[in-house]
Design a protein around this ligand. Structure first.
Ligand SMILES: Nc1nc2c(c(=O)[nH]1)N=C([C@H](O)[C@@H](O)CO)CN2
Length: 119
């Protein structure tokens, strides 16, 4: 699959972190997504129902972080990737979760995973 639908820098607020003090506060994450999708049917029909609707996916990601509040970025990434692939029938995706401010000397830190079949 050579086509994709992209979401970059989606801001979400959630409870996340391994330390006790982190369980008491909201922190911002930034989400980048590259989702494999054949864009030709949407282009041919000019119909959003044939597209992978990035607005709908963005809303889903926001709702996910309201109900899923894990300690590790790794856990959040794995669960979110699995949920998105099932809910939207996405064959493959690359997901990056950034946690700006977690390491003050770094611009941001995060994790990136790739799941599914990109062929
Ligand atoms: N690989 C990871 N390392 C760390 C994580 C994480 O989620 N994945 N989390 C923390 C703390 O929660 C940290 O962000 C607090 O500043 C430390 N390392």
């Amino acid at each position: 699959m050579t086509d994709s639908v992209l979401i970059e820098g989606l801001a979400v607020e959630t409870v996340i972190g391994v330390y006790d003090w982190e369980r008491e506060i909201l922190q911002q994450l930034r989400v980048d997504l590259e989702m494999a999708w054949d864009n030709r049917p949407a282009a041919a029909s000019d119909d959003v129902r044939q597209a992978l609707d990035y607005a709908a996916v963005s809303e889903y990601v926001q709702a996910f972080f309201e109900r899923c509040q894990p300690a590790l970025l790794e856990t959040a990434a794995e669960k979110l990737a699995a949920d998105l692939m099932v809910t939207f029938a996405i064959p493959a995706l690359r997901l990056t979760l950034w946690k700006p401010g977690a390491v003050p000397a770094a611009r941001q830190v995060g994790v990136r995973i790739q799941r599914g079949d990109w062929s």
